[in-house]
Design a protein around this ligand. Structure first.
Ligand SMILES: C[S@@+](CC[C@H](N)C(=O)[O-])C[C@H]1O[C@@H](n2cnc3c(N)ncnc32)[C@H](O)[C@@H]1O
Length: 301
């Protein structure tokens, strides 16, 4: 996903908190689908050994990636696990729309208490979930325990923040977009209690794999490049993300930056995100792969 710092949470995963994010995760899933498809294909290519029979998507949200795996692997079973019932309902609906419902099942549960109920998996995918857990290293250990002997754990975490206009957006004092990112990071750590190790960069994910008794295999970053002119639905996504940013951290910005953010969201302003013809989406999302025991890549096999 793209603007992940604007999702809720902290350590608990009360479904009612997440429930409210359905529309936002749906928009995000649609905009993100090009990089997610690339990542899915990359993972499958890297595992060009024994056939992949079972994929588990942990914290699957409304099921975009789970469906992408089911489509890309026509003989595999896919399990989508999430604590939020409405997301799983949407996942089942999406699976029916995409004609993969016979191979995709859903499981209501979370990393802490539900993984032992699942069959082991050749591939465990978890995108933008682990940093929401109280103890990311422990979560990685639990995710790793779901793997078959040659299985792979792939987590999508981090990358580069989204940019939507050239340069400094031409508004506010120099550095306005970077200050927005920093304010959001600070908010995520302080308000939601997101573990600093996972968000603040104190440790990198491959290092945390090692701490969790897993072997880091490789990391790769996928670019999402949606150039201007944007389709209306993508523009609506950008506007919604910035509206959420204003709601969350608008009062933490200095006066000039708060004014710049207001202008970006003011439909009557020529420079607003709603009107500018040069609006784009550029971001980067990183996927980190780990294995149990001593790992080999497809190239080495
Ligand atoms: C930011 S969303 C990411 C959704 C999807 N993976 C994506 O990348 O678009 C985080 C998801 O993790 C789920 N979640 C939160 N805490 C969880 C936990 N402890 N175990 C499993 N899933 C959790 C939420 O219900 C939500 O669907």
């Amino acid at each position: 996903m793209i603007g992940d710092m604007t999702t809720p949470a902290g350590h608990d995963h009360h479904s009612d908190q997440w429930d409210k994010q359905l529309a936002s995760l749906e928009r995000d899933g649609r905009v993100s689908s090009p990089w997610v498809s690339q990542a899915v294909q990359w993972l499958i290519d890297d595992m060009a050994g024994p056939p992949i029979e079972h994929v588990v998507d942990v914290g699957a949200g409304p099921g975009f990636a789970a469906c992408a795996f089911a489509e890309a692997l026509p003989s595999a079973r896919v399990t989508a696990l999430d604590p939020t019932a409405s997301f799983l309902e949407r996942t089942r609906e999406r699976a029916r729309e995409r004609g993969v419902a016979d191979r995709l099942s859903t499981h209501e549960g979370d990393i802490d208490s539900s993984l032992s109920a699942l069959a082991s998996a050749d591939l465990v995918w978890s995108s933008h979930v682990v940093h929401h857990t109280a103890d990311p290293v422990d979560a990685l250990r639990k995710l790793g325990s779901l793997l078959t002997a040659d299985g792979r754990l792939a987590i999508a975490e981090g990358g580069l923040p989204m940019r939507v206009l050239p340069g400094d957006y031409g508004l506010g004092a120099p550095g306005f977009p970077a200050r927005l990112d920093a304010t959001l990071d600070e908010y995520a750590v302080r308000e939601w209690g997101l573990p600093e190790a996972a968000t603040g960069g104190a440790k990198d994910w491959p290092v945390m794999f090692g701490d969790a008794g897993l072997v880091p295999v490789q990391s790769r970053t996928f670019l999402l490049d949606r150039p201007a002119p944007l389709h209306d639905t993508v523009r609506a996504y950008v506007v919604a993300q910035f509206a959420k940013v204003r709601e969350q951290v608008g009062d933490r910005l200095d006066r000039a930056d708060a004014r710049a953010l207001d202008r970006l969201l003011d439909a009557s302003d020529q420079v607003s995100l709603i009107r500018r013809p040069d609006l784009f989406v550029l971001s980067a999302s990183t996927v980190h792969i780990a294995a149990r025991g001593s790992a080999t890549t497809a190239a080495e096999r």
